[in-house]
Design a protein around this ligand. Structure first.
Ligand SMILES: O=c1ccn([C@H]2C[C@H](O)[C@@H](CO)O2)c(=O)[nH]1
Ligand SMILES: [Zn+2]
Length: 140
């Protein structure tokens, strides 16, 4: 499904809105994400840091986990924006979580001024480890 420019700009503006809620007292690098589900719902996420630094959860994974917890698993697009004047690139952990649900997920790497770069989860993680590699089991 090809996103319209209006859909892209709405996702970027929701990501910027989510960024305001970031809990980033250690890095001071605030990130916001907005995830569009097939249902049409948009799930916002922000980074949530911790005094035990390694427990930090990125904005993208916050949005994805939130959507899954609310019962949605089919995702169309995800926009992210960070405290940097250029398109923000998702970390490796988030890329792996994105491909789990949809390798064709459209990823909008946005800058605070609304400019962006469009790519897909699979393009961001060539040779990714796929859940299909696992023996058939009791996946839900
Ligand atoms: O794509 C990214 C990259 C970084 N961060 C967060 C993690 C940490 O809180 C801060 C600095 O790495 O930014 C995200 O949320 N998403
Ligand atoms: Zn990440």
């Amino acid at each position: 499904m090809k996103l319209t420019e209006q859909q892209i700009q709405q996702l970027i503006s929701e990501a910027i809105n989510a960024q305001q809620k970031a809990y980033a007292p250690y890095s001071h690098f605030r990130v916001g994400a907005a995830l569009l589900g097939k249902s049409g719902r948009i799930y916002q996420g922000c980074n949530v840091e911790n005094a035990s630094y390694g427990l930090t959860n990125c904005a993208e994974r916050t949005a994805i986990f939130r959507a899954v917890a609310e019962g949605e698993r089919d995702f169309v697009a995800l926009a992210l924006v960070g405290d940097i004047a250029e398109p923000c690139s998702p970390c490796g952990a988030c890329r792996q979580v994105m491909v789990e649900f949809n390798p064709d997920l459209q990823v909008i790497m946005a800058a605070p001024d609304g400019s962006y770069r469009l790519t897909t989860a699979a393009q961001l993680l060539p040779g990714f480890f796929s859940p299909r590699a696992l023996p058939a089991g009791k996946e839900e």
